[in-house]
Design a binder for this molecule. Structure first.
Ligand code: 2PG
Length: 249
């Protein structure tokens, strides 16, 4: 039996401001810093240790990993950062307030943009300075790999090769891993691991800064999973994520 820990970054500044974030490289809030350290603390208390970490190339995830590892006295372990673990690219919605967007376009439309499997948000204009092709960290990506927007299906299609080629072999080699990523890149992974349908993935929301432990069999099929911590608080945090895309009443 293998164990792997998934962790969504702590609260970011744009989580706090309820803005669509995607590939925008915003940092953690004070609360997010506390969540990241708290994640490390509970992992340590429960006897977890790691010998390899994976994260995205976005600082809210990288810093969350640092803080959790620091709490566990594991800052020395190898860390691999890869764009494939980035948040889903939110296209032209990036920067907009989610509740205001719902007021303008309706809760239904925003739910489709946030949670439908295969309808992407409106894309960035190719001349928009926020296009990832203008960012040095994506210099090695091909034109086809650089998104102007993504639906969850697109995110699944870039996360899964990383799982199959890099993460899964490391698990099978007996390495104890932590993966610190984002709400939707982790939804992509959970969809695959638990074989969640396109309909059911709409209702799946991942809270910030809470370790999600998967036990996997020898074929890396999940046996069980659990969030570490106060289950009522975790459920409330998941419900709050779901409501972020509703217009304020
Ligand atoms: O804005 C985003 O990039 C994500 C994660 O914060 O939001 P959502 O939960 O709306 O997909």
């Amino acid at each position: 039996m293998y164990k792997v820990v998934l962790l969504r970054h702590g609260e970011s500044q744009w989580n706090l401001e309820n803005r669509f974030t995607g590939w925008t490289d915003v940092d953690l809030t004070e609360a997010g810093i506390g969540q990241a350290s708290g994640a490390g603390k509970i992992l340590k208390e429960q006897g977890f240790t790691f010998d390899q970490a994976y994260t995205s190339v976005l600082k809210r995830a990288i810093r969350t990993l640092w803080l959790a590892l620091d709490e566990m006295d594991l800052m020395w372990i190898p860390v691999e950062r890869d764009w494939r673990l980035n948040e889903r690219h939110y296209g032209d919605l990036q920067g907009l307030n989610k509740a205001e967007t719902a007021k303008k376009f309706g809760d239904e439309q925003v739910l489709v943009w946030r949670r439908s499997y295969d309808t992407p948000p409106p894309p960035l204009d190719p001349g928009d300075e926020r296009c990832p092709g203008n960012d040095q960290r994506y210099a090695n990506l091909s034109a086809e790999q650089l998104p102007l927007t993504e639906c969850l299906k697109d995110t699944v299609e870039r996360v899964m090769p990383y799982w199959h080629e890099t993460i899964a072999p490391a698990i099978k080699a007996g390495k104890k891993l932590i993966i610190v990523a984002h709400g939707n890149s982790l939804r992509a992974l959970v969809k695959y691991l638990d074989d969640v349908s396109e309909e059911d993935i709409v209702g799946l929301n991942i809270p910030t800064g809470v370790p999600l432990v998967y036990e996997l069999d020898e074929n890396l099929k999940p046996i069980r999973h659990e969030y570490l911590g106060d289950q009522a608080a975790i459920q409330a945090a998941m419900d709050a994520v779901a409501k972020q895309g509703q217009a304020k009443k």
